[in-house]
Design a protein around this ligand. Structure first.
Ligand code: FES
Ligand SMILES: [Fe+2]
Length: 336
């Protein structure tokens, strides 16, 4: 896995640790990075958990410490069949956190067989492993979104990237609402303005923008659907058709792991492939322009906003629901 940490960082306190880690589904690995029979200790959400893939190909996730005598289940453990075997006394656990085998006794209490090790909801969608995080262990409130159907066969996965940045994960999608930085940071001649629509746990932005091409100006569409705080799917439809699947995962409240998978439609001619690759390179250039700013900026809780700045406060207000850890009513819909 390539992972790039870029930019200098300031040593000053920047306020991000004042924000909590939001709840939601978050990407913790690409599916190919957890092989059959492999055990991986994950460090996200300011904590640790252990993921393994059983012989049946299914991934499972549990808390890291064995309830017997406290060994770390991510260190020198083994996958036996579909179960995880602790290195210390070889107790085996299934994906429900139940004990399936103790090599030196036949007597296992029914409650231990059911579950004695906390588990984490885990899913695999579109080649990404997702874990549901909630500080109070509340059950998942929505489903991981799938990338849209490809209009023309199967999407071609053209590029995967990931970066670790020193900033709270709320600020990564906020960048898309920050209209005024597009000109200054990315040198694009227009701000991709669009209506931000909130429905339940999803937020969508639809933008119709004039784009400069070698053949003159053309109209392009950029459609973003963000599902929860950790997942955005952005579709660019113009001379080319690209899907950018972006995941942001809090390592803690001031450090974020960003992942991208970029897809394009199949059967591109050489010319369209060149344009598509240029589009992907341009998007990659844009994030590398944002990263040094992210790594060094502070949390401006009361920003000095002016006309033209974009719906930053509406975005933050809407995001607040992912910090609401008490059980409450489902979120309302709205437009900004
Ligand atoms: S500590 Fe895990 S089996 Fe004993
Ligand atoms: Fe940006």
């Amino acid at each position: 896995m390539e992972c790039v940490v870029t930019g200098t960082r300031t040593a000053l306190e920047r306020g991000y640790s004042d924000l909590p880690v939001p709840f939601g589904w978050f990407a913790v690995a690409l599916a190919k990075d957890v092989a059959n029979g492999e055990v991986v200790t994950m460090n996200y959400f300011g904590t640790e958990f252990v993921v393994w893939r059983g012989g049946d190909g299914e991934v499972r996730a549990v808390d890291p410490f064995c309830p017997h005598l406290g060994a770390h289940l991510g260190v020198n453990s083994d996958v036996v069949g579909n179960d995880l075997r602790c290195p210390y006394h070889h107790w085996s656990f299934n994906g429900d956190g139940g004990v399936t085998r103790i090599p030196y006794t036949e007597v296992i209490a029914p409650s231990m067989k059911q579950s004695c090790l906390p588990t984490w909801p885990i899913e695999e969608v579109d080649g990404v492993v997702w874990v549901w995080y909630h500080p109070n262990k509340a059950a998942p409130k929505w489903e991981v979104a799938r990338i849209p159907d490809c209009p023309d066969g199967d999407w071609v996965l053209a590029m995967t990237r990931d970066w670790i940045v020193n900033i709270h994960c709320r600020e990564i999608p906020e960048n898309g609402q920050d209209y005024a930085h597009f000109g200054a940071v990315h040198g694009v001649p227009f701000a991709p303005k669009g209506e931000m629509k909130v429905e339940g746990w999803t937020r969508s932005n639809k933008v119709v923008a004039e784009m400069k091409t070698p053949k003159g100006l053309m109209t392009g569409k950029i459609e973003t659907i963000a599902t929860g705080p950790g997942q955005s799917i952005i579709e660019y439809i113009d001379v080319t058709h690209v899907v950018q699947a972006q995941q942001v995962t809090p390592i803690d409240s001031s450090t974020t792991h960003i992942r991208w998978q970029m897809y394009h439609i199949p059967g591109l001619t050489e010319g369209r492939l060149r344009v598509t690759q240029a589009r992907m390179r341009d998007l990659e250039k844009q994030i590398t322009q944002d990263i040094p700013i992210w790594n060094n900026k502070k949390l401006e809780a009361r920003p000095l906003l002016v006309k033209g700045d974009g719906p930053i406060l509406a975005y933050r207000e809407n995001y607040q629901k992912f910090f609401d850890f008490e059980e409450g009513p489902e979120p309302k819909a709205g437009v900004a």
